[in-house]
Design a protein around this ligand. Structure first.
Ligand code: SAM
Ligand code: SF4
Length: 588
């Protein structure tokens, strides 16, 4: 059976999709990139903002029409929408055959099989423990969700069968594959309860994976050809594993519920240690991966929480050359009043203190973030404070979102969504313009320097990926300032910069090189040739000409020293210098 799997939203979902793909593949399913060619259509959905949900609903509508026309298809909705809407979605959308929340993805093959056999599952497959909820629509269709019951005990989470999904990921040799980057999850869920956010409800309690599992996963990925690993968690710097607290019957370490914010104070950690507990902090985890898996040439992590980001992490970053100087640390707002309403747990002053510390210890660090505009009660003064924050921090980019009230969150119950849509739009656009100025200055500061660029391929690939909405926060999109209308912004930016095929609608030369982007931003005609694109360790997108005598294919997945000769607000342009195309991993 052929499966079409489409992913909406964040890196977490992308990793979930990769794991689901590997699991189904091992059971004999094949995959297609064309929904019209598939017998099973799966949408891995996101509930963080309404826009992502609307997109998924529109896809569900299209499949509904196909099924109404007589096509035999299985339609599954995975991820946060499945978790949040549950049986209601089955009632409202008869075309949906199965729902599977993010905490139950290991059960997906069982659910698909159930639909194929048109049998009804009357009891939860999780007979061994409480949290899973399995409900049927009455006609055999199944909604499986689990994370709404938040686990409170360390050992409760130890039974988390999702760990098997992470551990069972496909580590195929990646010889000849373009994909040299991979995500590795270090924590699941979130305990922060920012008032606007659905994640703590859809993904459940913060659960931390054992360090040995994480290091082993990195090692196996490296063995399969992966060069760049991004550790992911909602607040990665809050990773903390207390050894011996969660073990299975054979004494092996298992995932455990996060220890809570108090553990991140010096006294909290000291208390844990003086109680004789052995702990692994995030800094120690980073160091372990750096030292034990040197084949990973780039180690990054997202997303960082501005509070409790200790000097120990910055020191490890400074000492370890293969840890990227890149920090995605969302500020969300520049107003202390709004931060308080958001329950973010830090002030603007504390955020700025963190930025100062980070830039002092890592002078070449690239900073990125997220901002929400139009949070309930946000005044012009609050918004102006956010503008000031964006102006005062050298952000290479910020994803800027218009506040979107989400069912189930504290904010929707407590604060009326009183900032008019028009005002949200104006603030969004204004902040995008300010961020564009900041990004331009940040990118310009790299002109004249030589950077190491991990080659992704010909620049056309980036354009195609953007057109297919397939680019994630790690790659080209991350250079864009972002907005709630993130993808359209991406296309516009790429088009302006000539990366998108749409740019040449008037027949004009379209790549940055063809446009002859200069350090002062003016353009000049240059002869045509092959443009390559890659990223620096700080995640700055860099375009450059393919060096003479080399092919784009031979350079993909290699690191090249690139002298930066020009810049725009979102990208760098340069020329390959020095040893050209040193295989990443053999150049020490
Ligand atoms: N855990 C990360 C953190 O705390 O920074 C963020 C994860 S969240 C899935 C990604 C971003 O979506 C947030 O940083 C926030 O800017 C945005 N976001 C979340 N809920 C939102 C909402 N209700 N409306 C608008 N933006 C929202
Ligand atoms: Fe959501 Fe806040 Fe958790 Fe991030 S830290 S996932 S914004 S609740």
């Amino acid at each position: 059976m052929k499966v079409y799997l489409e992913t909406f939203g964040c890196q977490m979902n992308e990793l979930d999709s990769e794991l689901v793909r590997g699991h189904l593949h091992s059971l004999g399913y094949s995959f297609t990139g064309d929904p019209n060619d598939a017998q099973v259509i799966l949408y891995n959905t996101c509930s963080v903002r309404e826009q992502a949900e609307s997109k998924a609903y529109s896809r569900i509508g299209i499949v509904g029409k196909r099924k109404a026309a007589g096509e035999e298809l299985i339609l599954g909705v995975l991820g946060c929408m499945a978790e949040r809407d549950g049986i209601d979605m089955l009632r409202r959308y008869p075309q949906v055959d199965l729902l599977c929340g993010p905490g139950e993805l290991d059960k997906l093959p069982l659910l698909i099989d159930n639909v194929r056999r048109t049998e009804r599952i009357s009891t939860s497959p999780r007979t061994d423990r409480a949290p899973a909820r399995s409900v049927t629509s009455g006609d055999g269709r199944v909604a499986l969700a689990g994370n709404k019951s938040r686990r409170s005990a360390t050992l409760g989470a130890a039974e988390d069968s999702l760990e098997a999904l992470d551990l069972g990921r496909a580590f195929e040799p990646r010889e000849g594959s373009n994909d040299r980057s991979a995500y590795v999850r270090i924590t699941r869920g979130c305990n922060k309860f920012c008032t606007y956010c659905v994640v703590p409800y859809t993904r459940g309690a913060e659960v931390h994976r054992p360090p040995d599992h994480i290091v082993e996963e990195c090692r196996r990925l490296a063995d399969s050809g992966v060069l760049e690993v991004t550790l992911i968690g909602q607040t990665v710097n809050h990773y903390l594993y207390v050894h011996g607290a969660a073990v299975d019957a054979s004494g092996g370490e298992t995932p455990q519920v996060g220890p809570g914010a108090a553990a991140f104070t010096r006294t909290g950690l000291d208390r844990l240690r003086s109680d004789g507990q052995r702990v692994t902090t995030f800094a120690e985890l980073l160091y372990r991966i750096h030292e034990e898996v040197p084949e990973i040439k780039r180690l990054r992590f997202v997303t960082s929480y501005p509070r409790d980001f200790g000097d120990d992490i910055l020191d490890v970053m400074a000492a370890c050359p293969r840890i990227c100087r890149y920090l995605h640390v969302p500020a969300q707002s520049g107003s202390n009043r709004i931060l308080k309403l958001m329950n973010r747990g830090y002030t603007v002053e504390e955020y700025l203190e963190f930025v100062q510390r980070a830039t002092r210890k890592l002078p070449d660090v690239c900073l990125a973030g997220d901002i929400i505009v139009g949070f309930p009660t946000e005044t012009d003064e609050d918004f102006e404070a956010t503008v000031q924050l964006v102006r005062s921090v050298p952000f290479k980019n910020n994803f800027i979102f218009k506040y979107s009230p989400r069912p189930g969150t504290t904010a929707i119950d407590r604060y009326p969504d009183d900032v008019p849509t028009e005002v949200k739009k104006l603030r969004n656009n204004h902040l995008l313009a300010v961020q564009s100025e900041v990004s331009t200055a940040v990118h310009r500061s790299w002109v004249g320097k030589t950077v190491e660029v991990l080659v992704e391929g010909p620049s056309k690939a980036a354009a195609d990926a953007a057109e297919a909405d397939a680019i994630d926060a790690r790659s080209t999109v991350s250079a864009v300032h972002g907005s709630t209308d993130q993808q359209p912004a991406t296309r516009v930016e790429l088009r302006i910069l000539g990366v998108s095929q749409g740019a040449s609608s008037n027949g004009a030369a379209s790549s940055p090189r063809q446009r002859g982007l200069q350090s002062d931003g003016r353009t000049a005609p240059l002869p045509a040739g092959t443009q390559l694109v890659g990223r620096t360790g700080g995640d700055l997108i860099t375009f450059f000409d393919c060096p003479a005598g080399r092919t784009p294919e031979s350079l993909r997945g290699t690191v090249l020293p690139i002298l930066i000769t020009g810049s725009a607000s979102l990208l760098l342009q340069g020329t390959a210098v020095g040893p050209q195309g040193t295989a990443f991993g053999t150049d020490g």
